[in-house]
Design a protein around this ligand. Structure first.
Ligand SMILES: [Fe+2]
Length: 165
């Protein structure tokens, strides 16, 4: 006779965590898309930066996969929608990243509140509040920098160069 570990979180929390898995995988693909798009526009520093962002999102995904395993579940790997959003300028890419991170910031706040009946799930989600806050802050700073140079090409190239460092 053999047994597998029991799932020790609720089905509702499991569903919510799978939604978060989808969000992290979506973000990873989005950053690949943004990297390809800005590379085509000639922003090679930003292309490199977005590729690193894509890898970071996979690390976030892995935190979820490992957590679900710890609590006797298996993270569901979803179909991720195709990236078709046209990126016409460097600032389009930064704005898209900012909006996506802000949405995820709000989602994680909601998911954290929804997990108030399970301290283990809540404690796990807590790290993502900090991850999202710093991410929104970082893209917010980039938006300010772009605003500061007012679409001036030399200024945009300087920001691009900084991103590639
Ligand atoms: Fe993430």
């Amino acid at each position: 006779m053999s047994m597998l570990p029991k799932m020790i979180i609720s089905a509702e929390h499991k569903k919510m965590l799978d939604e978060a898995v989808h969000s992290e995988l979506y973000a990873s693909d989005l950053y690949k898309h943004l990297s390809n798009q800005v590379q085509r526009l000639g922003y090679l520093g930003a292309a490199k930066f977005f590729l690193k962002e894509s890898k970071d999102e996979l690390k976030h995904y892995q935190l979820h996969a490992d957590f679900q395993n710890d609590v006797g579940a298996v993270a569901e790997i979803p179909v991720v929608e195709a990236m078709r959003e046209p990126i016409k300028t460097f600032s389009d890419a930064i704005e898209t990243a900012y909006e996506t991170e802000l949405e995820l910031y709000n989602n994680y706040k909601e998911w954290y509140s929804d997990a108030s009946d399970d301290p283990v799930v809540q404690q796990f989600l807590l790290q993502f509040l900090e991850i999202q806050r710093t991410s929104v802050g970082e893209y917010g700073d980039l938006l300010s920098r772009i605003n500061l140079v007012d679409q001036d090409k030399a200024g945009m190239l300087l920001i691009d160069q900084e991103l590639g460092e």
